[in-house]
Design a protein around this ligand. Structure first.
Ligand SMILES: NC(=O)C1=CN([C@@H]2O[C@H](COP(=O)(O)OP(=O)(O)OC[C@H]3O[C@@H](n4cnc5c(N)ncnc54)[C@H](OP(=O)(O)O)[C@@H]3O)[C@@H](O)[C@H]2O)C=CC1
Ligand SMILES: C[C@H](O)[C@@H]1OC(=O)[C@H](O)[C@@H]1O
Length: 256
């Protein structure tokens, strides 16, 4: 098992990509801290996820706290240390993408998106890194960025800068934390079918267009991210830091 004896914190793990990552980490022997918003629906989703993780033979605890809050990272780290004694892997995954046009972007939508996706992540990565430094045996930090770190979207002008920001944060942290054996990498998903784009992909024309742009001929599933994240989390990736891995079925390189 690739993550035996490791404690993994994953933000936004109640559903979608984060949930798939949490389950695979557990299957690989990792003990899991599940971050989520703390809303009533998320509590139910997390309860069923913890059951699945236990059935897979591992253990999990959850922390319901707003990813936008700069104190949430410390709460996740505290929960990990209390429950399992360490933090070995931190996956920053929580995110929102409320599609909206640029010219009349409401300030509150802009700030909420940047706070949730990037500002909270900055302090969460900092909290995880400080814990890993204290433990003295390195660690792995992974940000779920996006193909949108590299390309634009007319309805995502508030969102794409957060994904570029996460990619850049991992690159700079790889330099800042290499000294402590802490590796920092980013995964860049393409279009993965989850709640975040349910409404957008309900438009059949848009859906067909996104599939047509993808050389592998289908949209992504949350589980498509699980393997790449587990690899980066594991010691198999021991010399990989500052890297970014597109997980997009080939969409990015498909110009013509
Ligand atoms: N789906 C896609 O095509 C792509 C997604 N991504 C990125 O992947 C990540 C996961 O997205 P995805 O799984 O698709 O989306 P989902 O909407 O399915 O899941 C989002 C997750 O983030 C959590 N979350 C959202 N807001 C907050 C908050 N304020 N505080 C705490 N947790 C919060 C949710 O928790 P709760 O259930 O409690 O609300 C949920 O667990 C995001 O960062 C997204 O940008 C990147 C590229 C493509
Ligand atoms: C939410 C979008 O469908 C999704 O988010 C991303 O980061 C991808 O680039 C897609 O646009």
């Amino acid at each position: 098992m690739l993550l035996a004896d490791k404690t993994v914190i994953i933000t936004g793990a109640s559903r979608g990509i984060g949930r798939a990552i949490a389950l695979e980490c557990a299957r690989q022997g990792g003990k899991v801290v599940i971050g989520h918003s703390g809303s009533e629906p998320s509590k139910l989703q997390v309860a069923s996820l913890i059951q699945e993780i236990e059935q897979a033979g591992s253990r999990a605890v959850d922390v319901g706290a707003d990813a936008a809050d700069p104190d949430t990272g410390s709460k996740l780290v505290k929960a990990a240390v209390e429950a399992f004694g360490s933090v070995d892997v931190f996956v920053n995954n929580a995110g929102i993408c409320p599609f909206h046009a640029f010219l009349d972007m409401p300030r509150e939508v802009y700030y909420k998106t940047v706070d949730t996706n990037l500002n909270g992540a900055y302090f969460a990565v900092q909290a995880a890194a400080n814990q890993m430094k204290e433990q003295g045996r390195g660690g792995s930090i992974i940000a779920v960025s996006s193909i949108s770190a590299l390309v634009g979207g007319a309805m995502q002008t508030h969102y794409t800068p957060t994904k570029a920001g996460l990619l850049s944060l991992m690159q700079s942290c790889a330099i800042a934390l290499g000294l402590y054996g802490i590796r920092c990498n980013a995964v860049l998903p393409g279009t993965i079918e989850t709640d975040i784009n349910k409404d957008d992909l309900a438009d059949q024309e848009k859906r067909d267009y996104m599939i047509k742009r993808t050389p592998l001929g289908r949209l992504g599933e949350p589980d498509d991210l699980a393997g790449p994240v587990v690899f980066l989390a594991s010691d198999m990736a021991r010399y990989v830091t500052g890297a970014s891995l597109l997980v997009d079925g080939g969409m990015f390189v498909n110009l013509q």
